[in-house]
Ligand binder design. Structure first.
Ligand code: NAP
Length: 281
């Protein structure tokens, strides 16, 4: 029996304990997955004590994906470039940090047969999740990315970090008054349009990133928000003929990859079945 868990704050609406425990039960494993809502000052002690208990793996969510990096013993190459860690594996008394968000983001595109190489992307937001998206798209040889960012410096910093290894063409538009005219041309040129902000997330399901009046047919809209499954952003795009992808699939594949890191083996099909059984998809 091993303990697994999720750290972040707040955690009331997290799907992870539900699907991870359901998976352990279905697979006949006596592991247990628990949510640990932590205040920032509790983080260092908590991480330090992971070695003392029978903890094998931890997921990290908002707002600690960057903070945990300084408390682990080693990090993967992806964590180093992305600057965010969403998985810790406890192995031989050592804590190793991984990032599976980038993989979780890319996998649904791959399964839909969408090859992003040479294409143009438009990203709303430049926070933690946007870093994994930038890394994933850059690694998959995207042609160009335009960010619409409330804090452009964050976009600049992540472009600098990822760009050292995966240089790509980027543009940043500041999310200020009058931005809608500025982004229209960018959105018209974009093949794939991604929301990495929390706009539209439960309970504020009536909000969405702004979209100017334009043709959306043939474009791919990807919302990282997974609760609700069909956000206002995705519904708007789907009603106008765009192809849409919900963030629930990113959640599913990042989780499956985390299980593979902790337990070895292949979990994508199993996690998908659990998501279906729990009516997550
Ligand atoms: P974060 O680090 O707080 O970043 C949020 C980004 O959105 C920041 O750039 C922020 O701007 C911007 N933003 C927030 N509210 C805004 C508003 N009202 N107008 C314009 N911009 C706004 O959060 P995160 O970790 O990246 O997560 C973002 C979303 O992605 C959440 O809904 C989360 O649930 C989802 N997510 C999903 C998955 C998945 O597996 N599907 C994985 C990770 C995250 P500032 O930089 O100026 O604050």
């Amino acid at each position: 029996m091993a303990i697994f868990g999720l750290i972040g704050y707040p955690l009331e609406h997290s799907f992870s304990p539900k699907y991870m425990n359901a998976l352990f039960r279905k697979e006949g494993m006596d592991h247990y997955y628990e949510a640990f809502p932590l205040k920032k000052h509790e983080l260092p002690e908590f991480i330090k004590h992971l070695r003392l208990f029978n903890v094998r793996g931890i997921n990290i969510t908002i707002p600690y994906k960057a903070d945990v990096i300084s408390y682990v013993d080693d990090i993967s190459e992806e964590v180093e470039l992305i600057g965010a860690c969403n998985v810790i594996k406890v192995e031989n008394n050592r804590l190793i940090g991984y990032n599976t968000d980038w993989y979780g983001f890319l996998k649904p595109l791959e399964l839909e047969g969408i090859d992003v190489s040479g294409k143009k992307a438009f990203i709303y937001g430049s926070g933690g999740a946007a870093k994994s998206v930038l890394y994933a798209l850059s690694r998959a040889k995207i042609g160009q990315i335009t960010f619409l960012a409330r804090t452009p410096q964050k976009a600049m910093d992540m472009i600098d970090m990822v760009g050292e290894t995966y240089p790509i063409k980027t543009k940043i538009v500041e999310w200020t008054e009058g931005f809608l005219d500025k982004i229209k041309e960018e959105l018209e040129m974009a093949d794939i349009i991604i929301n990495t902000t929390p706009l539209g997330m439960y309970p504020k399901t009536e909000t969405m990133p702004p979209i100017p009046d334009m043709e959306l047919k043939g474009k791919i809209f990807y919302d990282l928000v997974y609760n609700p499954l069909q956000t206002k952003f995705l519904k708007f795009a789907k009603d106008r003929g765009a192809k849409t992808i919900s963030g629930i699939y990113m959640l599913m594949y990042q989780g499956a990859k985390a299980l593979s890191i902790w337990l070895s083996g292949e979990y994508e099909k199993k996690v998908k079945e659990i998501f279906e059984e729990l009516n997550f998809i």
